[in-house]
Write a protein that binds this ligand. Sequence first.
Ligand SMILES: Cc1ncc(COP(=O)(O)O)c(C=O)c1O
Length: 351
Amino acid sequence: MKNLISASYKGFASDNWSGVSPEVLQAIVDVNAGHHPAYGENDPFMDLATQKFREVFGDKSRVFFVYNGTGANVLALQQLVRSWEGVVTPHSSHLNEDEAGAPEKFSGSKLLTVYCEDGKLKPAQIEPFIQSFGFQHHSQAKLVSISQVTELGTLYSLSEIKALADFAHSNNMYLHMDGARIANAAAALGCSFKEMTTDCGVDVISFGGTKNGLMFGEAVVFTDEKLAEGFQYNRKQGMQLASKMRYIIAQFVTYLENDLWKYNALNANQMARLLGEKLSDLPGISLSRPVEANGVFAIIPKDVIPKLQKKYFFHVWDESKNEVRLMCSFDTNLSDVEGFVSAAAKLMNGH
Ligand SMILES: Cc1ncc(COP(=O)(O)O)c(C=O)c1O
């Protein structure tokens, strides 16, 4: 199989195209010896993880591990929303655009999407759904779901998150955060996970790590364990209960220890900032969105895109605008950034 992979190749397609942090890979090897309880039951690793996550998210929190981000999002929703209740979320959310209808299929509830130019939902945009409360013909909004970092590379400030949580709670709704890139957000804002979630009033978090150096696995974190009642059954029904749970736990514990999450995310963010600066210096290329975390959105001439993709693969975000998305990872380095920019410069000059 080795000949199917080029060890030197790196692109900017997505932060989940990267490999695994060496520390995380080592942790997987370390827990590989011997036999160990399955499913996280009567498992000292699970106790350790619960303790670790409580240190990070607060004493009342409760963590559950699942296989992937879609599973985490869908189960979080399913736990808190009944089929006739709705989920208010930006149109651009992963939940709406990239989960093949899984949220609707498994929770049975309707996604109430809102167009958000910058990918960020504002309390005023939830207001119209409140008007439907008590009207039996309409889905009843029960949960607000935001992504931090958003799919458009933007960040909510702590006060924006708190405003959404306050608005949701004062209308008897919950706030969910899709944190596939939550580490990049916390690193960029210079805050702790708790400050960005529990302290702002977020009720449930899909805490991701795969995009920042983990091999696989995701954590669903309830900031108040009262909301988690029965979640273990939901997870099993949702086919997201891993029997060899210890391999997920080992990754997360290592990731949270010694701030590995922060070290990785700061690098990805810094490389994105640099890539954005260098690209925007090239005549004919401009940034279409601010670089706030580890994503760069740029407008590149139509004929240059496929040629550049051959050297460094990346995705076209909006074909009608020639807008592309370039994601930086924990392992993106200076020479990747410089190589990309110099390839772009040459192509822009017709070479
Ligand atoms: C914002 C966001 N949420 C969730 C996910 C989780 O996806 P997966 O089910 O592939 O782990 C992703 C991955 O692309 C994402 O970008």
